[in-house]
Design a protein around this ligand. Structure first.
Ligand SMILES: [Mn+2]
Length: 487
């Protein structure tokens, strides 16, 4: 199941009773966010605001707001299905470690149907080029940019897919970075320090060159998701999207920059980023639940703005969790489990609590085999891609359900001698982290809540106590007699 474009997804959601149209005029300034936050907290439907105040373009929001809709967007019944497809790709087992990860991601590309397909406009005009505005005709005020929180620095375009190419290797990157609308023709590009397009920009500036940028809105949800996924820099997000949707993504050449964008995008912004240009960006109420302060970020002057016929504009509200980015993060947690296990094979399962905003806490269950095995896993996570930004890691034994927070807390509170079972470290933290005393780096803690071994220094008489569990035969008998008991 794949979608041709955003409108196709919205039609499918509507048929499934997962989309509500709002015909009353609603103001994208604060009002939209207030409504979306309430609907999101009730696990309510996706919303299509048909009359956003100040814009002729309908606004689609909360499309990924539940795990069910996130699964629908990625064409599966359950988010674990894609994880299982990846796990199946990895058999027969590839070598472990980074080499294995590279080979596995390479295998995605071997799948027929995964690489993006280039659409030539000699054959047919791409849907995204129905309307082309150039120069001073470009007007970002046509878009229903959302100001979500009272202290936000302006309207933001939150679901834009930013396309760049590495100036030397030509490798493409697709990333989801927040975009502040500075004026009718300028958007701020908040690409964070650890992100791939930030690296492309740094190379271009070192060479004293300008960097072409294209930003697409309203595409197939698998592409939108792929842009947000923490893929290694060398993996093309379009390859990953093609794997997820089981069909190639159709791309078309941009009008004014040497980049390609999805042919069925609703809106595309194109421009060149001049070296050295920075603009104050923010404040922005981000998914940490706090405002990020004003910082200088690159700002793109939009030369060309293209639109499809009667476009629908997508957005997302982030703020104090839970919000719509929660289910997006859960999709990543499930889809990346087999890839994480490729580098850290003793991991049985993991959970990134939504309240931890994905960087703050990871709960990991392991198949413990040797002394200080939990500490080995902590160090490995702190060395694994964007997982390295994790501040707190709780390691539990394989028999713990990491998604059952009572089970986890019982072990993390009780199975720990804090004089022995804490690992303190330091390292890079997320760009948005507000609690670290220095920006970009701070302290890390690992809690070893596994059962301890004598060889780890736990020498009390009788060894680690046995966990209480019911007699299985009796449990089964009671299950059989349950009706008879009339309870
Ligand atoms: Mn990337």
């Amino acid at each position: 199941m794949s979608y041709t474009d955003l409108k196709d997804l919205l039609r499918t959601l509507e048929r499934a009773g997962e989309l509500r149209r709002v015909t009353a005029a609603v103001d994208p300034y604060l009002e939209v966010a207030e409504i979306v936050t309430r609907v999101q907290r009730q696990a309510g439907p996706a919303l299509l605001f048909e009359r956003p105040v100040g814009s002729a373009m309908p606004l689609a929001i909360n499309t990924f707001g539940t795990e069910r809709r996130m699964a629908m967007a990625l064409g599966v019944e359950s988010l674990d299905e894609h994880g299982e497809r990846i796990a199946a790709l990895l058999r027969p087992e590839l070598p472990h470690g980074l080499v294995g990860l590279r080979e596995a991601m390479g295998k995605l590309g071997d799948l027929r149907g995964a690489p993006p397909k280039h659409v030539s406009e000699h054959v047919r005009k791409a849907a995204c080029h129905h309307t082309v505005l150039r120069g001073d005709d470009v007007d970002l005020d046509l878009l229903p940019g959302v100001t979500a929180w009272p202290e936000d620095g302006g309207p933001f375009l939150n679901l834009g897919l930013t396309h760049t190419k590495h100036p030397e290797t030509g490798a493409r990157n697709l990333g989801m970075y927040r975009l502040q609308q500075h004026d009718r023709r300028t958007v701020g590009l908040h690409w964070q320090i650890h992100k791939d397009s930030n690296a492309h920009h740094a190379v271009a500036e070192r060479r004293g060159e300008r960097l072409p940028v294209a930003i697409a809105f309203g595409v197939d949800p698998a592409v939108t998701y792929a842009a947000s996924a923490p893929l290694p820099a060398e993996i093309d997000e379009y390859l990953f999207a093609g794997f997820l949707r089981r069909e190639r993504v159709e791309l078309v050449d941009c009008v004014s920059v040497p980049l390609q964008v999805p042919a069925n995008a609703q809106v595309v912004l194109e421009g060149w980023l001049e070296p050295g240009v920075r603009h104050p960006e923010g404040p922005f109420g981000d998914h940490t639940g706090f405002y990020t302060p004003v910082e200088p970020f690159p700002a793109l002057t939009v030369d060309v703005m293209t639109m499809s016929d009667q476009p629908v504009f997508p957005s997302i509200v982030v703020g104090r969790p839970p919000q719509e980015d929660g289910p997006i993060g859960k999709a990543t947690e499930r889809i990346f489990l087999p890839l994480l296990r490729l580098t850290i094979p003793e991991i049985v399962d993991y959970d990134l609590p939504t309240a931890g905003v994905f960087h703050n806490c990871a709960i990991v269950s392991i198949d413990k085999r040797f002394p200080k095995h939990a500490q080995k896993v902590m160090h490995a996570i702190w060395g694994a891609g964007l997982m390295s930004l994790t501040k707190l890691i709780v390691v539990v034994d394989a028999d713990c359900d990491v998604h059952d927070y009572t089970d986890v807390a019982w072990r993390a509170f009780g199975n720990v001698d804090y004089a022995h079972d804490l690992l303190l470290s330091e390292g890079p933290v997320d760009h948005l982290d507000h609690a670290s005393y220095e920006q970009f780096w701070g302290g890390k803690v690992g809690i070893d809540a596994t059962a301890k071994l004598e060889t780890e220094g736990y020498r009390r008489a009788g060894g680690w106590p046995r966990m209480i569990a019911p007699d299985p035969a009796v449990a089964e008998r009671v299950t059989r007699r349950w009706k008879e008991l009339g309870l």
